[in-house]
Ligand binder design. Structure first.
Ligand SMILES: C[S@@+](CC[C@H](N)C(=O)[O-])C[C@H]1O[C@@H](n2cnc3c(N)ncnc32)[C@H](O)[C@@H]1O
Length: 226
């Protein structure tokens, strides 16, 4: 036997053996597929169940107005229909209250909602926060019912040259000084209805300034109106 033949003989399988292997592969294919599926299921079962993961809570209703405040704010919006000028919301978050107000406004009324995306209760980045709000308000913005303004509220106040607002809803910062500044701006530009959120024990500064200005004319949940 030549060296080449020896070498070939040591690695190449006889023809009968190769045919037998092929037949075995074909015959055993369904069994192997089943085995893979079972193995896959076993692998999946070794992963922790979704419920055992520590999911960060993403409830879009956190930090928005309480359910009992929704009919109240919608009543204020309906009251504002008699005035010209926009409805201005300071502090959009995701736009949840914006959408509640949009449902009650007159078709020709515009809502301007202002946010700097500097705070949210879910710990997401400002970019993610703004992306979600953009999506939430997409229809209302595209149809001209809402103007979404990304700006610090004090800059917005300084730049605002529009008509006297029919209504303002103040819901960005809830300390005494900021709520006072927000109300003073609303009074300066002649807002017809001045309202805001969080007249509650958690925000004593809001209670203090609203009380100093005569107290809430009415409360709906923790939504106040002067
Ligand atoms: C309580 S959330 C607003 C909730 C919203 N009005 C609702 O009812 O669904 C407060 C929002 O105010 C924004 N904000 C806080 N300080 C601000 C500032 N100086 N200028 C603009 N937006 C501000 C935050 O980014 C946050 O989205």
């Amino acid at each position: 036997m030549s060296k080449t033949a020896e070498k070939q003989g040591s690695t190449a399988k006889p023809v009968t053996s190769r045919i037998a292997n092929k037949v075995w592969r074909e015959v055993s294919r369904p069994v192997r597929q089943l085995s893979r599926r079972i193995h896959g299921e076993e692998v999946a079962q070794t992963q922790p169940a979704a419920s055992t993961y520590q999911q960060p809570e993403f409830d879009p209703k956190i930090a928005t107005i309480e359910p009992e405040a929704i009919p109240f704010i919608q009543r204020l919006v309906r009251e504002s229909r008699q005035y010209s000028g926009p409805i201005i919301e300071i502090g959009t978050l995701l736009g949840v209250t914006t959408t509640h107000m949009a449902l009650a406004k007159a078709p020709e009324q515009k809502i301007i909602t202002v946010d700097l995306y500097c705070w949210n209760p879910w710990g997401v980045t400002p970019a993610i926060h703004e992306a979600h709000t953009t999506q939430m308000l997409h229809y209302l913005v595209q149809t001209g019912h809402v103007d979404r303004v990304r700006m610090d509220k004090d800059e917005f106040f300084a730049k605002y040259r529009g008509p006297a607002p029919a209504m303002v809803f103040l819901d960005a910062m809830h300390d005494y000084e900021n709520t006072k500044l927000d109300i003073e701006w609303a009074q300066r530009v002649g807002a017809k209805i001045i309202s805001g959120h969080d007249y509650c024990d958690l925000h004593p500064g809001v209670i203090q300034i609203v009380d100093e200005l005569g107290g809430p004319r009415e409360l709906g949940g923790s939504v106040w109106v002067l």
